[in-house]
Design a binder for this molecule. Structure first.
Ligand code: NDP
Length: 455
């Protein structure tokens, strides 16, 4: 870790509001030093034989598995997410490193038939890449970027969110223990507007992989423009959960709360607009209220907990501002210390602020629609396009609507958006570029074309 020992960042547990760690805070000089270290490490790292690079990533995956409980508890204490969720996320982090370990020698160039010689393409690493990560899935999102970046032979500067840096620091230590050389991964804990901004502007950084809000993403893109950096942006969402009257309503209603109240709604994939066909509306809303009442809110360290607190007091204040009438259901939340907010269902029109802006908290807008064209119109009437679900028993309709929705990731009769081996990313103002799967490797490499004359 690179840091300025004179300034400290205090990290809190959002469930207790107690400080849990103090770390030195980096500034511009430390960001520059991290880039210099990553630059120095690049020539040797890109030259590591693919099988050896794969072995190092596999060793890191194994170390994550061996330290799974420690990482999960740290994530739970820092983010306030239920321990069962943290365990699942750490499992995914290990799977991500296993996947990209296997991908190292499977992402390669090709030979192209041409006249007068042989044409070859090579996949080249970019150099130093800056990875900027938000606070809602700190370790998971870091791994989605680190896996493909390292597999392609890049060196990295990883900037976690200042609110949640702890698992990134531990992951950096595990990478060293795995044998990944010093300087290949540099973790820099410092404010986004200083360290993140510097990485986006830095002439020696070839690419920024950013996940965060659309507003900050726009600024990163502008800062990166100065040096024509490559940019991948994974930004906000306002996804629709579209429930047709011909769906299995019990299943759809049982799943819907977990598509929006997971991670206390602080999820870019949250299906926070629940669109319901008018003819099934009353029955579905009644089932949805019952299912939402069953979400277990409480101590994140309890195995049975399904929803913890929000990340901060500021986030709670922001979320509260979205609830101003037409509340269909408001759940229970603990009293006392902690940034708690109850599961809340609000009846809304798609024009209301709660349906237009990303809440990033446990508040869902329930919106009726008339028929299939109306559902598509409402679902697409948003500047975002990240995720979504379609619930119907009609297979042709499922495919028809899936093709019509302007969104990067969709699930039919399920909540799932994210898998290690499948591409993830947004349409419209939810960003561009894809993470996960083999597609992520495209964003961390350049194609070089070489013609060899043989005539
Ligand atoms: P922010 O956009 O505020 O922050 C994201 C990251 O960017 C943090 O590391 C932050 O650092 C850093 N940052 C802040 N300002 C700058 C800057 N000027 N230049 C460079 N970096 C900067 O988002 P949040 O952390 O509040 O995360 C929530 C948002 O992220 C939501 O809108 C959500 O939708 C989105 N998100 C998107 C995902 C996706 O895959 N599409 C996944 C997860 C979240 P610091 O916090 O230390 O200041």
């Amino acid at each position: 870790m690179v840091c300025n020992p004179t300034v400290a960042v205090t990290v809190y547990n959002p469930a207790t509001e107690e400080p849990i760690a103090k770390l030195p805070e980096a500034g511009v000089d430390e960001a520059d030093a991290a880039v210099a270290r990553a630059r120095a490490a690049f020539p040797a790292w890109r030259a590591v034989a693919p099988a050896d690079r794969a072995r190092l990533l596999r060793r890191l995956a194994t170390l994550v598995e061996e330290h799974a409980e420690e990482l999960a508890l740290l994530e739970t204490r820092n983010v306030g997410k239920p321990i069962a969720d943290s365990r699942g996320e750490v499992g995914m982090v290990a799977d991500v490193f296993h996947f990209y370990s296997g991908a190292v020698d499977k992402h390669h160039g090709e030979t192209i038939p041409v006249g007068g010689g042989i044409d070859l393409t090579f996949r080249e690493p970019l150099g130093v890449v800056g990875l900027i990560v938000p606070w809602n899935f700190p370790l998971n999102i870091a791994s989605w970027k680190l896996g493909p970046a390292l597999a392609c032979g890049n060196t990295v500067v990883l900037k976690p969110a200042e609110l949640t840096p702890l698992t990134a620091v531990l992951l950096g230590e595990l990478a060293l223990e795995a044998g990944i050389p010093e300087g290949v991964i540099n973790v820099v804990v410092g404010p986004g507007r200083v360290v993140g901004q510097r990485l986006a502007e830095h002439p020696a950084v070839a690419k920024i992989g950013f996940t965060g809000s659309t507003e900050v993403g726009r600024g990163v893109m502008q800062a990166a423009a100065g040096t024509i950096k490559r940019v991948t942006l994974e930004l906000g969402g306002k996804s629709a959960n579209v429930v047709f009257a011909d769906a299995d309503l019990e299943r759809a209603a049982a799943a819907a709360p977990y598509a929006v109240f997971g991670n206390a709604g602080q999820d870019c994939c949250a299906r926070s607009r629940i669109l319901v066909e008018r003819s099934a509306y009353d029955r579905f809303v009644s089932l949805l209220v019952d299912a939402t009442a069953g979400v277990r809110v409480g101590d994140p360290e309890d195995d049975a907990t399904e929803m913890g607190p929000l990340i901060s007091a500021a986030q709670r204040e922001s979320v509260s501002s979205f609830v101003d009438g037409n509340v269909v259901f408001r759940g229970e939340a603990p009293d006392g210390k902690g940034f708690w907010f109850p599961c809340t269902l609000v009846e809304a029109s798609n024009e209301d602020r709660v349906a237009r802006e990303e809440v990033f908290g446990p508040v869902a807008a329930v919106i009726p629609f008339e028929d299939e064209p109306d559902a598509i119109r409402i679902a697409n009437d948003t500047p975002y396009g990240l995720s979504g679900s379609i619930w119907t028993e009609n297979g042709a309709r499922a495919l028809r609507v899936a093709r019509a929705l302007e969104t990067g990731v969709l699930s039919v009769n399920a909540n799932t958006s994210v898998r290690v081996s499948t591409p993830f990313g947004g349409f419209k103002q939810s960003g561009f570029g894809r993470e996960l799967g083999m597609q992520a490797l495209e964003g961390y490499s350049e194609v070089k074309n070489v013609f060899v004359a043989t005539d």
